[in-house]
Write a protein that binds this ligand. Structure first.
Ligand SMILES: [Zn+2]
Ligand SMILES: [Zn+2]
Length: 362
């Protein structure tokens, strides 16, 4: 079968023929429809990240997947030939307590694998096989936006983590103060999806990036009732505003430090972007740590997602599609045939929020 592969640590992207995967017990064969591209893929192709399966010379790219069940499904279960499915990405290490408890997204050994990223082949191939337990069914009505399921699952976990921190206040249900103000830093796919999910849940959302108000991202935010603020000239553009929940989706260590100043009393900052470990990160000042203590604030990192977050993502994509019809489709701004993959990795058009490579059309 054809597959789009890279060769970490060298990188690159090329279409090659690979042996078709064998179908094992409990597994399902899936025909790939399309795969979204994100910064992680660009890092792999650029030779900055990724690792092939042990002993292999290449890594099949792609983790933001959407496919259709072909064979091997349980005829009485939810997965039947023709069912749309999204596969999860991370596979547990098999040894740590978190993976044993089904929380590979919290793996403590670091010996996990991630399909399309780390020691496991991804989904940019004509077909793949996977355990039925790692596949999440998707309603046919979500065909046009379901390629967003994986990035949405990452957002579901991040917001859940923020909510769990808020729940530590533990006042009686319904009796507590309303937590209403959210700040989302970054208006790429993850930042936009976070903004939309928070709007869906009734939060008052402010989303910042370094672009003006004429971009597609700013337009989509406006339609969903979020406030867009251009912080090209600095976070002073936010005035004195502080926020109960801050979701960071930009991967800038310098910005992370500044966001500490934007957390409200008892609030939480959830970091999802992965900053460059090198470079001049400003150290948080004593005053920032002091306020963190005196105002009961929390900073939480959140990475990856579990199967439950994928299922929540599918449900919320359905709600978003109902609330703002057509908006998610515009977020997937560009679809390209996967033969163009090598060129797409080399040059992302300005203003495109999410590019999907189409392996097989409708
Ligand atoms: Zn991704
Ligand atoms: Zn583990």
């Amino acid at each position: 079968v054809r597959a789009l592969v890279s060769r970490p640590p060298t990188g690159g992207a090329e279409l090659i023929d690979v042996p078709p995967p064998d179908l094992g017990p409990g597994q399902v064969r899936v025909r790939v429809l399309e795969v979204g591209i994100c910064g992680t893929d660009l890092d792999i192709v650029a030779g900055r990240y990724g690792r092939p399966p042990d002993g292999a010379s290449y890594l099949i790219l792609g983790h933001e997947n959407l496919g259709v069940v072909e064979e091997g499904a349980d005829p009485n279960g939810p997965l039947r030939p023709g069912t749309l499915v999204v596969a999860t990405v991370r596979r547990g290490c098999g040894t740590c307590a978190f993976c044993a408890a089904g929380r590979s997204d919290f793996c403590a050994s670091g010996n996990y694998t991630e399909r399309g990223i780390w020691r496991a082949n991804g989904y940019l191939a004509e077909e793949y096989v996977e355990s039925a337990t790692e596949l999440v069914p998707v309603p046919a009505a979500l065909r046009a936006c379901a390629v967003l399921t994986e990035p949405t699952s990452v957002v579901e976990k991040a917001i859940e983590q923020g909510q769990l921190v808020w729940d530590r206040v533990a006042y009686p249900p319904g009796a507590g103060p309303r937590r209403s103000r959210a700040l989302v830093a970054g208006a790429g796919a993850v930042g936009l999806l976070a903004s939309l999910l928070l709007r869906l849940r009734g939060w008052d959302v402010t989303t910042i990036d370094r672009h003006g108000s004429t971009t597609l991202a700013a337009q989509l935010l406006g339609e969903a009732g979020a406030r867009h603020v251009d912080v090209e000239a600095g976070l002073d553009a936010l005035g004195d505003d502080r926020f109960d929940l801050v979701v960071e989706a930009s991967g800038s260590a310098g910005l992370d430090s500044e966001l500490l100043d934007r957390i409200a009393t008892n609030g939480v900052l959830v970091l999802t972007g992965i900053p460059d470990a090198s470079g001049g990160t400003p150290k948080a000042l004593g005053a920032q740590w002091r306020r963190l203590v005196l105002a009961n604030q929390a900073v939480v990192g959140s990475v990856n997602a579990n199967r439950t977050h994928f299922a929540a993502a599918v449900a919320d994509l359905g709600r978003l599609a109902g609330r703002w019809p057509g908006l998610l489709e515009r977020l997937v701004g560009e679809r390209r045939p996967w033969d163009d993959g090598p060129a797409v990795f080399g040059h992302r058009p300005e203003g495109t929020i999410k590019t999907a490579l189409v392996v097989r059309g409708a």
